[in-house]
Design a protein around this ligand. Structure first.
Ligand SMILES: Nc1ncnc2c1ncn2[C@@H]1O[C@H](COP(=O)(O)OP(=O)(O)OP(=O)(O)O)[C@@H](O)[C@H]1O
Ligand SMILES: [Mg+2]
Length: 483
């Protein structure tokens, strides 16, 4: 009887007590501590094996496995259970992305086995992931687990790739590698670049066939890369075109600042730290070639594009060089195979002007168009950048925009677009001051028209001296397949 009474009272008391313990455990986070202890006790009864995945290999090239593990781990839902995670804004509004912080641990399960990863960072800044796996599970799952990581990360990469713009830092600023990156969000695409439609299509199909060409390049024993030279006066869209290429391919961009490169071997090191599926850009190569005060040689720059070195680095990449004019460049430097495709970026002609008017002002036709066409026919021209800026400044009034373009063409654009031969004749008759002196030109000098003054005041645009020398009205646009 007493036992019965005791149990009638005791069981509910016990249930309530257990309930309260549970509430306390969950509310205070003690449950987490208990779980940790339990895991530590279990750990004592197992032998573990550790695998380190460093960010860079011994040659300072990026370890592709590190990148894959990074993508994979950051996609795991268990990242939320990690003690410390970083929060970043995603690409979509309201999207928050979680990223494992350094020296944090994240657990994972595969084929019934539990593993964990440590996101390690040493004091010298070198990073690695360390996989902790039970010896008993290692033989059973390790191979297929790494394959699984590979597959998942590839899928994630395809789905979420956010192209990045990498910039090299000087050797003495180096802490972790020579590249620093930011998201690459340049809005320029092939659609908004004013250039011959035919040429644009040729470049696009060249890039597309490059993308599909892995087996072709392998069969020929060639490195899977393609190089382009973009040349033309300042403000004709070369840099914008590089951005359009990168967004067409969805590749990262590595913008090499040669002034931060010490010598040839430094350049090799930097290039070896680039990854595959990237556009490597060297801007204003002609300017660099004209400055001899650097320990970096032309062959140092170009050897990478055709030398054995490129086969050591990651493949599937595009090299792009830009320059104002290739007239002064030794043809051997730009020979086929080294630079596969040459694209000329000329000053504006009437067709390009119409494309700009359409995208900047929404104009397909206008009563001032015939006058503009006439001015272009007489040989005047400006760069698309100059015309674009005038259009932007007057975008609320298309007529005013066209008038200011006409004004600038008449005052500024005189003979800028005349054929080279005509210009040479003119040059022989004119004094060298007239020709060379940019400071006497209406855009950059004292005798400016009101339109040009307005233009200068607004944008402070300076035209490079060399621009005038390199313009040719006969737009010899060539898309040369040199390989
Ligand atoms: N062909 C073009 N179509 C549309 N916009 C253009 C074109 N060319 C230039 N622009 C505009 O002019 C600006 C300057 O262009 P960009 O920097 O690409 O010229 P660039 O040839 O690289 O000049 P630089 O040689 O001085 O570096 C950009 O804002 C771009 O939008
Ligand atoms: Mg540029």
């Amino acid at each position: 009887m007493g036992i019965l009474r005791n149990s009638v009272i005791g069981i509910p008391v016990l249930v309530v007590a257990l309930f309260l313990v549970r509430v306390v455990l969950f509310k205070t986070g003690l449950i987490y501590t208990v779980k940790q202890w339990r895991m530590k006790i279990v750990d004592w009864f197992h032998v573990y094996q550790f695998y380190r995945v460093p960010e860079f290999n011994d040659n300072l090239q990026e370890n592709q496995l590190y990148r894959r593990v990074h993508a994979y781990l950051n996609s795991l839902s268990s990242i939320e259970n990690s003690d410390y995670t970083n929060l970043f804004a995603g690409r979509k509004s309201n999207e928050i992305i979680l990223r494992l912080d350094r020296n944090q641990v994240i657990g994972d399960e595969f084929l019934g086995a539990r593993v964990c990863w440590i996101n390690g960072e040493d004091e010298d800044g070198s990073r690695s992931f360390v996989l902790k796996i039970r010896k008993a599970d290692k033989r059973r799952i390790l191979g297929s687990y790494l394959n699984h990581i590979h597959t998942v990360s590839e899928e994630l990469e395809q789905r979420n790739k956010e192209p990045k713009l990498f910039m090299n830092v000087a050797g003495n600023e180096e802490k972790i590698g020579r590249w620093r990156s930011i998201p690459f969000t340049h809005p320029c695409t092939f659609d908004n670049i004013a250039m011959e439609a035919d040429l644009k299509d040729k470049v696009k199909s060249d890039l597309e066939s490059f993308l599909k060409g892995k087996q072709f390049y392998n069969r020929l024993g060639r490195v899977w890369k393609r190089s382009y030279l973009l040349y033309g006066p300042s403000g004709t869209g070369k840099s914008s075109f590089v951005a359009a290429m990168a967004s067409f391919l969805n590749y990262d961009v590595y913008d090499i600042d040669l002034s931060k490169v010490e010598d040839d071997s430094d350049l090799k090191m930097i290039l070896l730290q680039t990854t595959c599926r990237s556009v490597i850009v060297i801007e204003d190569l002609d300017r660099f070639l004209s400055v001899k005060s650097t320990a970096l040689s032309v062959s140092g720059v170009l050897n990478f594009t055709d030398g054995i070195l490129s086969s050591c680095a990651a493949d599937e990449r595009i090299m792009v060089f830009t320059m104002t004019s290739k007239e002064q460049i030794d043809p051997a430097v730009l020979r086929p195979g080294r630079v596969d495709v040459h694209i000329h970026f000329p000053l504006c002609d009437f067709t390009a002007f119409k494309a700009l008017a359409s995208s900047y002002l929404g104009l397909k036709e206008h009563k001032l168009f015939p006058q503009v066409e006439g001015i272009f026919r007489d040989g005047a021209s400006l760069s698309p950048a100059e015309i674009g800026e005038l259009m932007i400044a007057n975008r609320n009034s298309p007529s005013r925009a066209l008038k200011s373009v006409i004004n600038a063409l008449q005052t500024d654009g005189d003979r800028r677009g005349t054929p080279a031969s005509t210009r040479r004749l003119f040059h022989e008759r004119a004094s060298s001051e007239d020709y060379e002196g940019d400071t006497s030109g209406p855009l950059c000098g004292g005798g400016s028209s009101p339109a040009v003054k307005e233009f200068k005041k607004l944008y402070g645009l300076l035209r490079l001296k060399s621009n005038r020398k390199s313009q040719s009205f006969n737009l010899t646009r060539e898309l040369r397949n040199g390989s």
